[in-house]
Design a protein around this ligand. Structure first.
Ligand SMILES: *[C@@H]1O[C@H](CO)[C@@H](O)[C@H](O)[C@H]1NC(C)=O
Ligand SMILES: *[C@@H]1O[C@H](CO)[C@@H](O)[C@H](O)[C@H]1NC(C)=O
Length: 367
């Protein structure tokens, strides 16, 4: 009797233990034990003097080491005149590169007539393009894209399959396009096609990123305030050689639980933290940051999450992503006043809502 009870209990204990282990394993608890310390051990291929190779490529010299990671896709349409028709001493101020899904015709339409409108400010040259892959299964869709391109001339399309896990390819084709076809802008803003953006606030932000939005506040005429205003005036124009890579910056850990959309194995990424990265919804790069990161990406092994990939690439060339709270990776709750300093907000997948909000903000002087 006693023995039978013990063995039944044993089976119960074993079952509970096994279930517990399976559960812990599922939630990645053991994986965490085997993670390496990011701050002490971070390495990512390729090793070597990448900054030197980047400089060599930028100077059109043969680099000491050949690139390891080219996104060798072909542009079906590249808008190669887009950045040439430019009356302002050769330099554009801002280029929007909007990562869009092939079938999102209506979102592109709304963006063209809101924040992507190139003639928003008569004295600020801006360009907007939409970045697409292909959907080879749907010929009608492709015909639609070609018509759209004929009408608007703002579709940059390359021949990779347009899907969520090809986002890194899409992003890096955007970098490639900017460096090779549109290299004459001071700033570049990458965005998804479900974002609200205020062009006015983007321009205010890039004028003085470290003091935005405080520097906009009307100065009170006291000595203290006067000094602060002078200070902000002096670093108002960020230098042409400044490397700005900015948006909403995350410091976070890889997901090790298998149910996550962003589940990642130790083999793919063994460290306990991601490098600092900017969420992919919207971010700004100065020309210098764009060029350094593009050439560094040729020496950085592919990674399937585009925001993490750019974080790794930035780390390779010692660019520290700059955090700005006015880029909202979730949907910032809307009212006329709450959006006055918002640079970008996620959550605008409804084109009519985007137009409504954007027009209201424009009338209020904030967009
Ligand atoms: C990319 O294309 C270039 C030129 O077409 C070729 O020389 C190179 O081997 C290709 N690289 C990869 C990784 O496919
Ligand atoms: C990404 O694009 C490449 C090139 O078109 C394709 O071979 C691959 O299947 C795509 N991957 C996904 C996950 O769609």
């Amino acid at each position: 009797m006693g023995i039978r009870l013990t063995s039944r209990m044993k089976i119960k204990y074993i079952t509970v233990t096994v279930l517990l282990i399976i559960t812990l394993q599922y939630f990645g608890v053991f994986t965490h034990v085997f993670e390496l310390d990011f701050y002490r051990h971070f390495h990512y291929p390729l090793e070597g003097d990448i900054q030197k190779y980047v400089l060599q490529l930028r100077n059109v010299e043969v680099p000491d080491v050949a690139p390891i990671n080219m996104y060798n896709y072909t542009f079906i349409s590249s808008c190669n005149k887009k950045c040439m028709e430019n009356d302002y001493s050769g330099k554009l101020r801002l280029v929007y590169i909007v990562k869009s899904a092939v079938n999102h015709f209506d979102r592109r339409l709304a963006i063209r007539s809101s924040w992507g409108f190139e003639k928003r400010f008569s004295d600020v040259p801006i360009r907007t393009v939409f970045l697409l892959g292909v959907n080879p299964k749907n010929v009608d869709l492709q015909i639609g894209i070609e018509k759209e391109q004929q009408k608007y001339g703002d579709i940059v399309q390359a021949d990779f399959i347009d899907s969520y896990f090809n986002n890194t390819i899409k992003t890096m084709m955007g970098f490639k396009w900017a460096v090779t076809v549109c290299p004459n802008s001071k700033f570049y803003m990458f965005s998804d096609d479900d974002m609200y953006i205020s062009t006015k606030n983007v321009l205010r932000f890039i004028r003085n990123p470290t003091q935005y939005p405080e520097y906009l506040e009307t100065p009170v005429l006291s000595l203290k305030h006067l000094r602060r205003v002078q200070r902000s005036l002096s670093d108002r124009q960020i230098n042409d050689d400044a490397r700005l890579f900015s948006g909403y910056v995350f410091m976070s850990a890889p997901h090790r639980h298998r149910s996550s959309r962003w589940y990642i194995t130790l083999a793919e990424y063994p460290y306990h933290m991601w490098p600092p990265y900017v969420t992919a919804g919207a971010y700004v790069l100065s020309r210098e940051a764009l060029f350094d990161m593009y050439y560094a990406s040729l020496y950085t092994k592919h990674f399937r999450f585009d925001d993490i990939y750019l974080g790794i690439v930035a780390k390779k060339v010692d660019i520290e992503p700059y955090h700005c709270t006015q880029f909202h990776y979730y949907k910032k709750e809307y009212n006329v006043f709450s959006y006055r300093h918002v640079v970008a907000s996620h959550g605008y997948d409804d084109p009519s809502e985007l137009l409504k909000v954007w027009n209201e903000q424009k009338s209020a002087g904030n967009a």
